[in-house]
Design a protein around this ligand. Structure first.
Ligand code: HEM
Length: 469
């Protein structure tokens, strides 16, 4: 980035400044790894793969395209494209951008931060090629290669996060707990994923058995994604809402979430490897149910529904609705996990697959996709510049809010209705939800790209600043 470009991204960070971020301590974050690359590739995975498969897979059932056993590998490719490609790359790009700002330290191992982008992107691309392609030798080789690259990228990411935040001069406080734990879970998920793809390849198969995939998806969604979201929100939102930044409660929240995810992962790994007992199923169900009170506590700690003040500038006011919707969906996800978990504890049985699916999509669409759009529009310099040019522009944020809310409601309702709605028409609301979410992401991606082009044009038009002594 040019010197003058840095000036723009610093000065345009209106909401971060509003959110009480400390001023530059020497400006070492001026050499951030390029978050644009992470965000652009995240959006490409979402629009071209994750949400496209989310439309096609349900349509293949209702319109009887005869995909048969191809449905499962395609759905697993959808899940990984969304979690690692869309949400994962976005989170990692934002982690690299935010860490120096709140820890007061430069990124450790910056070369690894740069390297994690192509390695993780390639891992997701290989997965997207291998799983739909079938069960041959080359497909299985690609699948295992994708698992190896995923683990390499995860280790690189974790080294950067831990090197930066575990340093004694880091001022990350509670946010550091969330980020370090999220990075540790990111490595754990990559290790589990590699083990599962090797197992599938040894069986000569292109699918991971659903029971074996349960710990992987749980660690990805709640250990990595939910942990990171709560970490960012518990730092930024209290500042916006005029509340003191919670430290002790936030640290306790991070540790409680980590413990619940770890217990579930261990129990589900044992269940997946064939160990069966009522006690084990009850432990698994209890750790699933524990997400309920933990998400409730998360919403309280974040403080979005109990503001003491409103520190957002006029042009940012409507973006807060995306964040309110994020945490309303977190409450819904928590309510459902408590309900399905407690029912499974009482019966000493498996948590129903449709319940797990409903919570997954409440978090994947309602929480993660909504938070990505809301936070990005609030804190990225591209959108800040757009706000200065169009201070009265409300429709994009409200359109994204409406589309994602409807998509999440349709997708979650279709899962919840499963016991009473067994025929394949149940896949219609899923397909329509997929189309609405795709529309939201296309709009968001178009806004980001246009704003990025405008920002670059603006930066290029600045006269170069004289070099400092
Ligand atoms: C409206 C948008 C979406 C639609 C229509 C959709 C649709 C689906 C469908 C039909 C399944 C298969 C369910 C089953 O029969 O078991 C599925 C699975 C899954 N979806 Fe989505 N999805 C959407 C968005 C998302 C998002 C945003 C994420 C994550 C960020 C996500 C993550 C997953 C995961 C992890 C699975 C399980 C994959 C596996 O079994 O390995 N989905 N989705």
């Amino acid at each position: 980035m040019t010197h003058s470009g840095m000036q723009v991204s610093q000065s345009a960070q209106i909401p971060l400044a509003e959110a009480g971020e400390p001023p530059s301590a020497g400006g070492f974050w001026r050499h951030d790894p390029p978050y644009h690359l992470f965000i652009l590739s995240s959006l490409a995975f979402a629009v071209l793969a994750g949400f496209t498969l989310a439309i096609l897979a349900p349509l293949s059932i209702v319109l009887e395209w005869g995909w048969g056993r191809r449905f499962m590998p395609l759905i697993q490719a959808h899940g990984q494209a969304q979690i690692l490609g869309f949400v994962g790359l976005f989170i990692i790009g934002m982690v690299y951008r935010l860490m120096p700002r709140f820890s007061g330290r430069p990124l450790s191992f910056p070369a690894l931060a740069w390297a994690s982008w192509p390695v993780l992107s390639l891992a997701v691309v290989l997965r997207l090629i291998a799983q739909p392609a079938g069960e041959g030798l080359w497909q299985r080789t690609l699948l295992v290669s994708s698992g190896c690259l995923g683990l390499l990228a995860a280790c690189a990411f974790a080294l950067v996060v831990m090197g930066t935040l575990l340093h004694r001069s880091s001022r990350a406080d509670a946010t550091g707990y969330f980020f370090v734990l999220a990075a540790a879970f990111f490595v754990l998920q990559a290790g589990i994923n590699l083990e599962l793809v090797v197992l599938a390849a040894r069986r000569g198969s292109d699918v991971i058995r659903p029971l074996e995939a349960a710990p992987l998806l749980h660690v990805q969604l709640y250990g990595f994604i939910a942990m990171f979201i709560l970490g960012v929100a518990s730092r930024a939102i209290p500042s916006i809402s005029g509340l003191p930044r919670p430290q002790v409660q936030a640290k306790a929240l991070a540790l409680a979430l980590a413990a619940a995810v770890l217990v579930f992962a261990i129990a589900a790994l044992l269940v997946g490897s064939g160990t069966r007992s009522e006690a084990l199923l009850r432990i698994e169900a209890a750790s699933f149910a524990a997400l309920g009170p933990i998400f409730l506590a998360g919403v309280w700690v974040v403080g979005i529904f109990r503001p003491a003040a409103n520190r957002l500038a006029g042009a940012s006011q409507h973006h807060i609705w995306l964040l309110r919707a994020t945490f309303a969906w977190l409450l819904i996800a928590g309510g459902m996990s408590a309900y399905y978990g407690v029912r499974a504890i009482a019966g000493g049985e498996f948590i129903p697959a449709y319940g797990v699916d409903a919570v997954r999509h409440a978090v994947g669409i309602g929480v993660a996709s909504m938070m990505i759009a809301g936070m990005a529009m609030l804190i990225l310099p591209e959108f800040a510049i757009r706000r200065t040019r169009h201070p009265n522009e409300r429709w994009p944020a409200l359109a994204i809010l409406a589309l994602l809310s409807a998509a999440a409601a349709l997708r979650v309702a279709a899962a919840v209705a499963t016991p009473h709605w067994q025929n394949t028409d149940r896949y219609w609301p899923m397909a329509i939800g997929g189309m609405l979410a795709e529309g939201a992401l296309l709009l968001f991606a178009a806004l980001f790209v246009i704003s990025l082009i405008q920002k670059n044009a603006m930066v290029a038009s600045f006269p170069p600043r004289p070099a400092r002594e």
